[in-house]
Design a protein around this ligand. Structure first.
Ligand code: SF4
Length: 424
């Protein structure tokens, strides 16, 4: 029987093989006479995922070779699909539809089309490799995850397009792109599994979507925390992020204006919430509670239950850094915040800073200058190192935080319980 394509092509790590891989290879073979499969080498795997594969390259090649749909196995050493085309001259590339919006595929598909190569995305079935690998890691007490935080909160910039009175950022601090790249590489190599990109306002940073894709390509779950003012950016680039967190401080224009100082703030956020819902994207809502909006928070509960974000986080205003200047306008009375929380009946996961701290959530924040700070009883905060320092990396910083706070036991014992909780 004549098939539509002469030479089909599939690329993957295949660590470890699952039903979705077999579906992909079967569909590819049904549509081509000769199926070439490129398997990522161990070195490529380490760069992309930041850790060792479960199965070595020779083992993975052996397994793929044994599958009846596969005619030829070749090696993949980087993400360049066009270079692979030039070497193996296929006329169709097949990939799971979970890759459809990844930068590397979007770019490659455009160029391959010019060479007359079609790309066919096949529906993903059941679990994917990344989720499967997470399951293995969770159940593996010898894995290195106890040596790492679950989450890194990376403040890319202190620039912002708003100037909220309760904000505690410093102003106008941001690393040049070459230094930002050093921090990025260290996070990618660390093996950490979740990163939140925040600010200031992170959508003001040039190349934000490339930073996100580089992290995602290493198997990291990437959240973007934005104030939502840059609506066009979010609508154009939402697919570069696994989750988008939006700030919303009440359920009408008036309260959002007194909190954020912008006339259209509420309308912009509502527009984005609807957009993300229509596109079935993972999104979260963050609310800062101050003296100015505390009376409006209970009005939000029905709305939150209705739109069902992945979670709703409520943060009490703290008079830190620049926030000290306006503390009389925003600071709540003792007990007011906890009183509010006790009244909220919510179907959606509710996070508050006090709950997060009480759970010992294993995370740290990288400031916009590359430094990592931890709490210090006497001085408020203290630097435990900079990711720009040649001698330092994520593991070293995490070890210092654990030692300083004497919390090793707490973190390690809670690790398996909380690492999949969708916080932040
Ligand atoms: S949007 Fe966030 S970063 Fe920007 S000024 Fe307001 S609180 Fe600060």
């Amino acid at each position: 029987m004549n098939k539509k394509y002469k030479r089909g092509f599939v690329a993957g790590m295949f660590d470890v093989l699952h039903g979705g891989h077999i579906d992909l290879l079967r569909i590819a073979k049904e549509n081509c006479e000769h199926l070439i499969v490129a398997v990522g080498t161990d070195e490529f795997y380490r760069v992309r995922k930041g850790r060792e594969p479960f199965l070595s390259y020779p083992d993975r090649v052996e397994i793929i070779r044994a599958i009846r749909y596969v005619d030829e196995v070749v090696e993949e050493t980087d993400l360049n699909k066009v270079a692979l085309y030039k070497k193996h001259h296929f006329d169709a590339m097949f990939a799971g539809d979970d890759h459809e919006f990844e930068d590397v595929y979007v770019q490659a598909v455009k160029i391959l089309k010019e060479f007359g190569v079609d790309t066919i995305y096949t529906p993903r079935r059941g679990i994917n490799s990344t989720d499967l690998q997470k399951k293995f890691l969770n159940g593996n007490s010898n894995s290195n995850i106890n040596k790492l935080p679950v989450l890194i909160n990376w403040s890319l910039t202190e620039r912002c397009n708003l100037n909220c009175g309760f904000c505690f950022r410093f102003h106008d601090k941001e690393l040049p792109s070459d230094k930002m790249k050093i921090v990025l590489e260290k996070i990618v190599k660390s093996g950490v599994r979740r990163v939140t990109l925040t600010g200031g306002e992170p959508t003001l940073v040039n190349g934000l979507e490339s930073i996100a894709e580089k992290l995602r390509y290493a198997g990291i779950f990437v959240s973007l925390h934005t104030n939502g003012m840059n609506v066009d950016y979010v609508k154009k680039n939402y697919f570069h992020f696994d989750r988008i967190s939006l700030s919303l401080d009440g359920l009408n224009s008036f309260v959002n204006k007194i909190m954020r100082g912008h006339d259209d703030y509420f309308e912009k956020i509502m527009d984005l919430i609807m957009f993300l819902k229509e596109n079935k994207r993972d999104f979260a809502i963050k609310t800062t509670v101050t003296k100015k909006n505390i009376d409006s928070i209970l009005d939000m509960v029905d709305f939150i239950n209705d739109i069902k974000p992945t979670f709703w986080s409520l943060f009490e205003f703290l008079p830190l850094e620049n926030g000290k200047l306006n503390k009389d306008d925003y600071l709540l009375n003792d007990g007011e915040f906890n009183g509010l929380i006790s009244k909220i009946k919510c179907d959606v996961t509710l996070n508050t800073m006090s709950l997060i701290e009480a759970s010992g959530y294993p995370m740290f924040s990288v400031a916009a200058n590359g430094e990592v700070y931890t709490k210090d009883g006497e001085n408020g905060k203290i630097s435990v190192g900079s990711l720009l320092d040649n001698e330092t990396n994520v593991e070293i910083i995490w070890a210092k935080i654990i030692k300083k706070n004497k919390i090793e036991e707490k973190y390690i014992n809670r690790w398996n319980i909380i690492q999949n909780v969708p916080r932040f």
